[in-house]
Design a protein around this ligand. Structure first.
Ligand SMILES: [Fe+2]
Ligand SMILES: [Fe+2]
Length: 331
């Protein structure tokens, strides 16, 4: 019980700063980009020509690329799961008499994130490259299946998770954007790059939350970080499935696809950990209790250990045939 009370106290102590975090890391609704800024304007005279161009440009991209796009889109579209999960975290109280900074943060973050699935879904619909119905069934399944990222209702564990995950999505959207651009698809390149920019701002915010918690409760925070890394950070779509499939089966196949394409690899996982270790200055944390010291030493050594494991890892080269995309990347 005592641990829980400390977490609540820390969350309350940081609360007055949350508005500053929002000002620094989020963009006001009226100023931020919207999906319509990128997509063909259905009210414009050139709509059909623009759609035609979008469809032409998307023909250059292959099977693994579209599978990755579909899975990225579904992951973004499962946002209701993430919002409801975060709202339930200890210290984030949406039912407080006076609106709390934390609940406001979660809503504003959700509102920014929601644009990602929106713009990607509309793009995929117009591109004609994917089986929309199959994608929609997977999205509905994922929302219905929920997720379990192993963070419980603990704010410390959840903020480690989001610090990690936002950087992972920054990397993967950025790489997808670069690939699209390389293949002459400037529009998709721009879209993915700007989504990656949002993810980066979110990452910077969450890593700041953790940094501030470390100042208040270094022992509890570092133990939570080590706990998350011991369990491994699972991706939010780890329950992903296709129509008729069992829970989680599509996720592994998609991960292999992303690894093969170089969009998100085990090396990226290690580099994210290194960046978090460095920003939180884990190595130099002192005056810890015995258990927290052990956690610190574990975290400092972990990147090298994961490097050794990654060297031995093998990924299937064979393409798994998803229902979302035709074998040759076209329909
Ligand atoms: Fe996102
Ligand atoms: Fe995100």
């Amino acid at each position: 019980m005592a641990t829980k009370n400390i977490r609540l106290e820390v969350m309350q102590a940081i609360e007055p700063k949350v508005q500053d975090y929002m000002d620094s890391f989020l963009i006001p609704v009226e100023d931020i980009w919207q999906p319509s800024d990128f997509l063909p304007d259905p009210q414009g005279d050139k709509f059909l020509d623009e759609v035609e161009q979008l469809r032409e440009e998307s023909k250059e991209l292959g099977y693994d690329f579209w599978v990755t796009m579909v899975a990225d889109t579904i992951t973004e579209e499962a946002l209701p799961t993430y919002e409801s999960w975060l709202m339930d975290v200890e210290g984030i109280n949406q039912h407080a008499e006076e609106e709390t900074g934390w609940a406001k943060w979660v809503r504003a973050w959700t509102a920014e994130e929601n644009r990602h699935g929106d713009v990607l879904n509309k793009y995929l619909y117009l591109s004609g490259r994917v089986n929309m119905r199959e994608m929609e069934v997977s999205t509905q399944h994922l929302l219905a299946d929920g997720f379990d990222i192993g963070t419980d209702r603990d704010p410390y564990k959840n903020f480690v998770y989001t610090s990690f995950q936002e950087l992972a999505t920054n990397i993967s959207h950025k790489r997808v954007g670069q690939m699209a651009k390389k293949k002459g698809n400037a529009l998709l390149g721009k879209m993915c790059t700007i989504i990656a920019g949002d993810e980066m701002r979110h990452h910077l915010a969450y890593r700041e939350f953790v940094k501030t918690i470390l100042e208040h409760d270094p022992n509890g925070m570092i133990m939570a970080f080590a706990h998350m890394m011991k369990m491994k950070i699972v991706m939010p779509a780890h329950f992903l499935r296709e129509s008729g499939g069992t829970i989680g089966t599509a996720f592994e196949n998609f991960s292999n696809c992303a690894q093969r394409l170089g969009v998100y690899t085990s090396q990226d996982y290690i580099e994210i950990l290194q960046k978090l270790n460095a920003y939180w200055d884990i190595e130099n944390l002192r005056s810890l209790n015995d258990e927290a010291e052990k956690a610190r030493d574990y975290l400092v050594k972990l990147p090298a250990r994961l490097e050794r494991i990654a060297e031995r890892m093998k990924f299937p080269e064979d393409q798994y045939q998803f229902k979302w995309v035709e074998a040759n990347g076209t329909l």
